[in-house]
Design a protein around this ligand. Structure first.
Ligand SMILES: *Cc1c(COP(=O)(O)O)cnc(C)c1O
Length: 373
């Protein structure tokens, strides 16, 4: 076994997932997927996604840079984010990316001015906050009026006019992203209806966007990852195609992140100690919240399996070594009888796992591999 903790990526499953997305898109030649690179930017993973022909969705200059270095074509890069710094805008303008997803009027002005100075026109979409409840964890909900993201829907018509009058701006689309880990398809249906309404309203005012970007957010099965490794892409694209009224030539863009990579990654960790308390048994592992922060940060649940033992199951809390009470992977779970030196796999960790690792407690960053040896 490699030095633990490390992320183990099943690239064959990643390939099957990418094929499933393509199959779900089918003959919709006006559908374009930009992989949300913030979910996982491991070079092995990016290589497969790039090779499969996907575009990429970035939320920072560093991500734009990483996407270009991984070989993604600039004309398939979209760039979102509420706080784009000048250097990030400049980098993206120079690269000639497909689209800036703009989140405020002052940002629009800065992009217009910088593009004009470079003798360019920036293609942009306005990110609309559609006030749709994603019915997901509060920390990963982004499409409510109270969230910092996007442009309030009532303020949009005026901003469309402003954008159309700016010399450095080519207003091309509308962008939406309402949250993450969305499993109820009726949430996407509601989003589609909201977009339809908005398109009707804007069309009366003479604006017809060339492209609609519905963002990402499709969820995955954290409870039964082994039985259900590939998310419901067919249901997702069917919901959009059935309920979103696109006109002739109008393009649909989507920014799937988690659903593309979550199931192909697992965190492999070694058991340091099994400690018996008065009411609990603790499995203390060498991975911590610095390697996988989701349980501590979002209270999220990852299935854990002991890949070394087949003994009878017992109840354990699985905890990391970090000096924080929240450094707990799961409580009261059943694992095959566990001993020092066993290896545990924390499943469904391919998205928002490795990329969020930190060096808190001066720890080493986790490694990664497509094999166990
Ligand atoms: C995070 C993010 C995504 C991806 O979300 P997932 O839930 O991982 O699919 C897409 N678009 C934007 C703008 C994002 O910030």
């Amino acid at each position: 076994m490699k030095q633990t903790p490390f992320y183990h990526y099943d690239l064959e499953l990643l390939d099957r997932t990418l094929q499933a997305i393509k199959a779900a898109i089918g003959s919709h030649s006006n559908y374009h997927v930009h992989y949300a690179i913030k979910a996982n930017a491991n070079p092995m993973v990016l290589e497969r996604i790039c090779k499969a022909g996907f575009g990429v969705d970035c939320v920072s200059g560093g991500e734009v840079d990483a996407a270009l270095k991984a070989g993604f074509a600039p004309e398939k890069i979209v760039f979102a984010g509420v706080g784009k710094a000048d250097w990030e805008i400049e980098l993206a303008l120079k690269a000639g990316i497909f689209c800036f997803n703009v989140e405020s009027e002052p940002e629009l002005e800065v992009i217009s001015q910088m593009a004009s100075e470079m003798g360019k026109q920036a293609t942009i979409a306005l990110r609309v906050n559609p006030n749709v409840d994603a019915h997901t964890h509060a920390n990963i909900t982004t499409g409510l009026a109270e969230n910092k993201f996007g442009i309030n829907i009532e303020l949009l018509p005026a901003l469309v006019k402003r954008a159309q009058s700016m010399p450095g701006i080519k207003l091309d689309g509308l962008h939406f992203h309402i949250g993450s880990q969305i499993l109820q398809m009726d949430v996407f249906e509601t989003l589609a209806y909201r977009i339809n309404q908005l398109l009707d309203q804007l069309s009366l005012e003479g604006f017809r966007p060339t492209h609609i970007n519905v963002g990402g957010g499709l969820g995955i099965d954290y409870e039964n990852p082994e039985e259900n490794p590939i998310p419901d892409f067919a249901g997702y694209f069917e919901t959009l195609s059935k309920h979103l009224n696109l006109g002739a030539g109008q393009q649909l863009h989507s920014e799937l992140g988690r659903s593309v990579v979550a199931q192909c990654g697992r965190l492999i960790t070694k058991v340091l100690y099994v400690k018996k308390g008065t009411v609990k048994q603790f499995v203390i592992v060498d991975a911590g919240m610095t390697d996988l922060v989701r349980p501590a940060m979002y209270g999220s649940h990852h299935k854990i399996v002991n890949i070394s033992s087949t003994g009878p199951e017992e109840k354990y809390d699985v905890v990391g070594p970090i000096c924080e009470s929240s450094d707990v992977f799961d409580k009261d779970i059943m694992l095959a009888e566990t001993h020092r030196g066993d290896y545990l796999a924390i499943l469904s960790a391919g998205a928002y796992g490795e990329i969020m690792a930190s060096q808190y407690n001066l720890r080493k960053l986790p490694g990664s591999s497509s094999t166990l040896e």
